[in-house]
Design a protein around this ligand. Structure first.
Ligand code: GLY
Length: 587
């Protein structure tokens, strides 16, 4: 770790010693007297940047990008590419991402790098004898959509960054080549993924490369996972440009391999891939502006809906973590997820009503919340102007989150994914490229749950060229027109709940990002009708919820949130979820 870096992983904060200590204390005192952003506006005071990711190596890459003259955009790109190496079970060039940025000049960007269904995909793709075969959308070549992460990162770096994309590619390629020591989380995911593939013959060719590359020795030690093929892929993009990935040898290799094993992707699907630039979703919550990601993410809409319903209730008076508070938040989550199941899909293919966020609609939705009892939410509501006032498209118009901020005022949130661990488990031979299984985020048939137990409708049915609905929720929160929090999470549909809980803990309960991420979590996604509770809540909360009519399911820990924001004392904090082996750092 570099001197002068402040670490906030595991919810801790360690000021590194050094000659600047007294100066730091003095600056700290100044910062306590005035907000962080005011102190750094045009002045060399306070942290110059902050990054939070699930992996220290990726956080370091982000910080180094800024030290090399880059901004928060470059930090985001460097972190993303490093995560593809050291955290490849969650994200990588074979997957997709959503990038939400609030730039120093006040512009807000939403770059959609979501994977796209091959043109030949049809709505019954995963039906066999009239029934959904979930294995087909989760494992193997039919599970993969055309990857979008690289195109989105390249758009971001080229238009808003200072460093060439090649800088970040090379930085990550070196680690891929030299290897890294996989942590407990990585090893656990490898084991779990091998178990998931137990149904497939051990010599199934589409999974051979995955099994070979990830046949790591069990147990601890300093054994390093080296990925020379992935390093070569990164370097070929660095020298040949992004078009070499989408229109050159990479696309050809991926298409040759997947079509040999029954896949539908063609070279035109790759060469035609474009990131989409969308209008962020803007809502408000108790005097704060909430900027979220629009469809095909459901994140911005439903984070906005849940907060919009809760705005009518005095959470602070109920008490943080009181049964009353947990109950009403659960009730708001249920209603939002019921809407998600019916209305949400790719806005380039279906009409997603803007009315889902109208104040009147949310009033009506929230009116049914009974403070004392769980209510039976039968289904979605009927938002106003459902067919005309829709999210614009071009026509009518498992996962990881990371956040980066710089002193110029660029705030970037990126959530990237190959979907479940190691995506489809298909690695294109000789490339190290793990193909996603994002096709499972479509509704394979109306009402049939996907891997995450989510149900969907016609709006999210499979179609060629369509992007599957996502829960990824990169979010920026502003107060008085200035960003104060950039946040997002990993963990399928729980991403939405995690983002909401982090925002509530900051806005309603006055915590800084680090404290906010330590808070206990819960989740409700309408179907199944149960509250998911972290075990740390203990039996009293479970009893209190059961007495209100809720079913409860325990989990050891829920999700992984990463945030950067202005802390209680007005200083910038980078917070990595204490539940994972990540790192938040400022410099
Ligand atoms: N693959 C998880 C999501 O996009 O919601």
């Amino acid at each position: 770790m570099n001197k002068g870096m402040t670490m906030g992983g595991k919810g801790r904060s360690t000021r590194m010693p050094g000659p600047g200590r007294w100066m730091g204390l003095l600056l700290g005192a100044i910062l306590l007297a005035s907000p962080w952003w005011a102190a750094v506006d045009g002045a060399a005071a306070g942290p110059r940047g902050a990054v939070a990711t699930v992996h220290p190596e990726a956080t370091r890459a982000g910080i180094e990008a800024m030290k090399a003259g880059g901004n928060a955009v470059d930090a985001t790109v460097a972190a993303a590419l490093m995560l593809g190496v050291v955290d490849g079970h969650n994200s990588g060039l074979g997957g997709g991402c959503f990038i939400l940025a609030r730039l120093a000049d006040g512009r807000a960007l939403a770059i959609d790098g979501r994977e796209t269904a091959p043109a030949l995909a049809t709505r019954d793709l995963y039906l066999r004898d009239g029934r959904v075969d979930g294995r087909l959308s989760q494992h193997g070549v039919l599970a993969a959509g055309v990857p979008g992460e690289l195109a989105a990162l390249a758009h971001l770096a080229t238009n808003f960054g200072r460093l060439p994309l090649a800088w970040s590619l090379e930085r990550a390629a070196r680690v891929a080549e030299k290897g890294f020591v996989p942590g407990r989380a990585y090893q656990g995911r490898v084991r779990a993924t091998h178990e998931e593939l137990a149904w497939a013959p051990a010599d199934a060719p589409e999974f051979a490369e995955f099994r070979r590359i990830w046949a790591m020795p069990s147990g601890r030690g300093r054994w390093r996972l080296k990925q020379p093929e992935l390093a070569a892929t990164y370097r070929s993009v660095a020298s040949g440009g992004v078009q070499s990935f989408y229109q050159g040898p990479m696309a050809r290799r991926a298409v040759d391999f997947t079509s040999r094993h029954g896949g539908l992707m063609r070279e035109e699907d790759w060469s035609g891939y474009r990131p989409r630039l969308r209008q962020p979703v803007r809502t408000t919550y108790r005097g704060h502006e909430i900027v979220g990601f629009p469809p095909p993410s459901s994140g911005g809409v439903h984070v906005g809906q849940i907060l919009g319903m809760l705005e009518r209730l005095d959470l602070r008076a109920m008490g943080e973590d009181s049964p009353e508070m947990v109950h009403v938040v659960v009730e708001a989550m249920k209603r939002a997820f019921a809407d998600r199941a019916l209305w949400l899909g790719d806005p380039d293919h279906v009409r997603v009503p803007q009315g889902l966020l109208s104040k009147d609609y949310l009033d009506a939705r929230a009116a049914g919340i009974d403070a004392g009892r769980s209510t039976d939410v039968r289904g979605a509501g009927e938002p106003p102007s459902a067919t005309v006032d829709v999210f614009e498209s071009e026509r009518w118009r498992h996962t990881t989150h990371f956040s980066a901020v710089d002193a110029e005022g660029n705030w970037v949130a990126c959530t990237a994914t190959v979907n479940t661990s190691f995506g489809s488990k298909v690695v294109v031979p000789g490339t190290g490229l793990v193909l996603n299984n994002e096709m499972d985020d479509f509704a394979a048939a109306p009402g049939v749950p996907n891997y995450f137990g989510l149900v969907g409708s016609e709006a999210n049915a499979v179609a060629g060229g369509k992007r599957p609905l996502s829960s990824m929720s990169p979010t920026v929160v502003l107060r008085d027109g200035r960003p104060v929090l950039v946040v997002g999470a990993a963990g399928g549909p729980t991403i939405i709940s995690q983002a909401v809980l982090a925002i509530i803990r900051v806005v309603d309960f006055g915590h800084g990002p680090r404290e906010a991420l330590k808070g206990r979590r819960f989740h409700h996604q309408w179907r199944p009708d149960e509250v998911v509770l972290e075990r740390s809540w203990g039996p009293r909360m479970a009893e209190a919820l059961r007495s209100r009519g809720h079913a409860v399911r325990w989990v050891d820990s829920l999700g992984a949130t990463q945030a950067v924001g202005v802390g209680v004392g007005g200083t910038l904090e980078a917070a990595s979820d204490p539940r994972v082996e990540g790192l938040g750092a400022t410099w």
